[in-house]
Design a protein around this ligand. Structure first.
Ligand code: JA8
Length: 250
């Protein structure tokens, strides 16, 4: 990165704690440390013309060589997977988070401006797995925020980082449906009541209500997920009714 300070949140909260307890090791490298001119230049005009600037290959090549050499000293024979945040990358999701959590070592190349000279990625790919990763269909000012999101999603999956109760919540999110709404005390707040069923003590009714909420919410907000859910579940007549009420059309 050319903005190491952008990654300061990695000291905080769950990730900071995981680092301090040795569950994960993280290092941030300043790309400008791998320049050799007095202005520490990292960008230049795009070949072929056009708007903006492109990141020059030389500092990136040296930075990647340095990261490889530094890490390989600690774990001989292990190479990182290089993740390159980019709006043109493969869409990041929970399944990819699990896949990445199973790898020994991830490295992130956070581009700025119009991106990194493509030869950097072609060159790295001769030595390492390289994957362009996108958070979604929008453009950020650089890869740092995307890297933070990927790191947080991956680190919380590492053994010992998040408590057991939270891991169970996470598993239910992977079943194609969105989460049900949650409430706490007070029972009445600004004239709004906690749904009565949740205070009934009737566990089966609570579970049925929550399932209904998940299905309704998914049909309304993320109709694209319903097809995947239907591929794995034969809906009951009640579930069909809910989907129809929410205007879901298959
Ligand atoms: C960007 Br420049 C740049 C680098 C990485 C990413 S990921 C995303 N959504 N936008 C922009």
């Amino acid at each position: 990165t050319i903005f190491p300070e952008y990654l300061a949140p990695l000291e905080l909260s769950l990730i900071g704690k995981a680092r301090r307890s040795g569950l994960v090791e993280l290092a941030v490298h300043d790309l400008r440390d791998f320049t050799h001119d007095r202005h520490r230049t990292v960008d230049d005009a795009p070949a072929g013309g056009g708007a903006g600037m492109v990141m020059r290959p030389e500092p990136w090549g040296e930075a990647i060589d340095h990261v490889l050499a530094a890490g390989a000293g600690e774990r001989p024979g292990v190479v990182p997977t290089l993740l390159v945040p980019s709006p043109s990358g493969r869409r990041f999701d929970q399944a990819m988070a699990h896949e990445l959590a199973g790898l020994d070592w991830l490295a992130f190349a956070c581009g700025r401006y119009e991106g990194i000279d493509e030869r950097v990625l072609d060159d790295a790919a001769e030595r390492l797995p390289v994957r362009a990763v996108s958070l979604g269909d929008y453009v950020l000012n650089g890869g740092e925020v995307a890297a933070l999101a990927v790191i947080e999603a991956v680190v919380r999956l590492l053994p010992g980082v998040v408590g057991n109760a939270e891991s169970l919540v996470e598993e239910s999110h992977e079943g194609h449906l969105l989460e049900y709404p949650v409430y706490t005390r007070p029972a009445s707040w600004r004239g709004r009541e906690v749904p009565e069923v949740l205070s009934s003590g009737h566990h089966a009714n609570v579970a049925a209500w929550r399932h209904e909420q998940r299905l309704r919410r998914t049909a309304r907000r993320r109709p694209d997920l319903i097809a995947a859910w239907l591929a794995e579940h034969e809906p009951t007549p009640r579930e069909r009714e809910l989907l129809a009420e929410e205007g879901w059309v298959g």
